[in-house]
Design a protein around this ligand. Structure first.
Ligand code: FE
Ligand code: CA
Length: 516
């Protein structure tokens, strides 16, 4: 076992030796410093989080900033021209946090758009647009949001965001694999320009590279986001303190700390998510009045190690449940005891019409063995069947449970059941898994071969990259699976592959036809 306490004390000592640097009230920049744009997130009825980072040279280890503390003025207005300023203040960009700032704005009017910008010295940021959530007592007629996952920079252009923005969502959810730590796949269209990210400097440069993508940057500037992470923000298939290569846990946790820190430095997240060494609490609830509660989960940081991995390594494996006794152990956890208790209490306290669980992997069972017998992929919820059963039993008693996910680089529309092996087990909820923004998926033939073994899977399509567009009203939730013709250019067309509806009070998705 790692002596976590001693490890954290060592990290703390390292942090204090890293001096904040000089204070510079009148910074002069070597180049325009707002190269990474602006972002907002976590809308509340009276405010939201604003983010930016000063990085005149995004590819430089320190973003091209001197070791100085720089004050930034921030302004929030009710109009696009920034004339009617309703909130303003000063934030401090420090070298310790890569000159990123996170501002929590309060005191605003609910349910309306706001515009914002930052000013540092003579430099003025682009103007971002964001939105406050409806008041808790409000009765919003609808919420339009989109969700995405798995954006490998080398696999293609982030064109999905261009089409997603044309739909004018009020909210974007990113369900993980915002960056990829390494290179894989075939026919890259662009390059990370670096090897696998391991150190804090590596992860910072990786986020900066991704954020210079114009479509991604525009999506952050257009509306607020909610985010969770999956494995590739740190390392493929990690589970808690265990890397897929069985690296020494104290080393892997130091790497995880660097990755979490860089994640925080680049995401529009509230300050309570600030990592402490290799630990960060990023799971939370986000409310849209009586209409929707989102429960955004972290299923990487606290999960039990993979059951029955291949010899000499950890990470994902396809396992036969009858040959892997460990798999069914009720002590196995996907969320960790504390998050599980939090989620149970948060779900019990929810009065919203729609309860949407936003998490990173596929929740429904997927038998990967065509014909007799079943094979489970142990990195998804199939690796944690007892934990899944606990969560689904809790969800079954709630108003309109819907799970959204990513990770598999394919669209999946699934019926959620307490017992996926029993055709008579009732449908308790709907699951929509979005395809990747760019990351490559399985051949469709491999997906099709599993259809007969998984009758609760209503749609499985790995051919397209894209996103999912959702409109929620008190009567129904509608999900449009948006498919790009390709990701090899920024101009690719996007069409609706299929649309599904969940009606209020009728659990499970219903195909409302292929779209236009
Ligand atoms: Fe992925
Ligand atoms: Ca089978």
């Amino acid at each position: 076992m790692v002596d976590r306490r001693r490890f954290l004390l060592t990290l703390g000592a390292l942090a204090t030796t890293n001096a904040l640097g000089q204070y510079n009230a009148r910074p002069r920049f070597s180049a325009a410093p707002f190269t990474l744009g602006v972002a907002s997130g976590y809308p509340q009825p009276t405010g939201f989080v604003l983010w930016t980072r000063l990085a005149p040279v995004p590819a430089a280890p320190n973003g091209g900033m001197p070791a100085e503390v720089v004050p930034l003025r921030w302004e929030v207005a009710r109009d696009e021209a920034m004339k009617n300023i309703v909130a303003h203040g000063t934030a401090y960009a420090t070298p310790e946090w890569a000159h990123s700032v996170h501002v929590e704005v309060n005191g605003l009017q609910p349910a309306r758009p706001h515009w914002y910008r930052f000013i540092a010295g003579d430099a003025v940021s682009p103007i971002g647009r964001t939105h406050t959530a409806p008041a808790a007592t409000g009765r919003p007629p609808r919420l339009r949001f989109a969700f995405v996952s798995c954006q490998h920079y080398e696999h293609g252009y982030f064109t999905a965001y261009r089409h997603l923005l044309a739909d004018e969502p009020e909210l974007i959810l990113h369900l993980g694999d915002y960056i990829y730590e390494g290179s894989w796949g075939r026919d890259p269209v662009r390059s990370h320009g670096a090897g696998e990210a391991v150190t804090l400097g590596d992860y910072r440069r990786r986020y900066a590279l991704y954020r210079t993508d114009p479509d991604l940057q525009a999506a952050h500037a257009a509306c607020p986001w909610l985010v969770t992470w999956d494995d590739h923000e740190v390392q493929n298939d990690y589970a808690d303190d265990r890397s897929e290569h069985l690296d020494a846990p104290e080393w892997f946790l130091a790497r995880r700390a660097a990755a979490y820190k860089a994640w925080y430095e680049h995401m529009p997240v509230p300050r309570f998510m600030l990592p402490f060494g290799p630990h960060a609490r990023i799971y939370t609830r986000s409310s849209f009045a009586s209409l929707v509660n989102f429960f955004v989960l972290d299923d990487r940081q606290f999960r039990s190690h993979h059951a029955c991995p291949r010899p000499g390594r950890s990470g994902s494996n396809s396992v036969d449940p009858t040959q892997c006794a460990e798999l069914g152990d009720p002590r196995r956890t996907m969320l960790g005891a504390r998050q599980e208790q939090w989620l149970e209490a948060a779900l019990n306290g929810s009065r919203a019409r729609w309860n949407i669980v936003a998490q990173q992997t596929r929740m429904a069972q997927m038998d990967e063995q065509p014909g007799p017998g079943r094979v489970a992929w142990n990195d998804s919820w199939d690796g944690y069947p007892a934990a899944r059963r606990r969560l689904l039993e809790s969800l079954a008693a709630k108003s309109n449970p819907v799970v959204i996910g990513g990770d598999i680089h394919a669209f999946n529309v699934n019926q959620l059941k307490l017992d996926f092996d029993d055709p008579a087990s009732p449908v308790i909820g709907a699951e929509f898994v979005g395809t990747s923004v760019t990351a490559q998926g399985w051949p469709q033939e491999r997906v099709d071969a599993l259809r007969a073994d998984n009758p609760h899977v209503l749609l499985a399509d790995s051919r397209y990259r894209g996103y999912v567009r959702v409109e929620v009203t008190p009567k129904e939730l509608r999900a449009d699976l948006r498919a790009l013709e390709h990701v090899a250019s920024r101009e690719a067309k996007c069409t609706t592959l299929a649309s599904f509806v969940v009606e209020d009070g009728k659990p499970g998705p219903r195909n409302s036809g292929p779209g236009s």
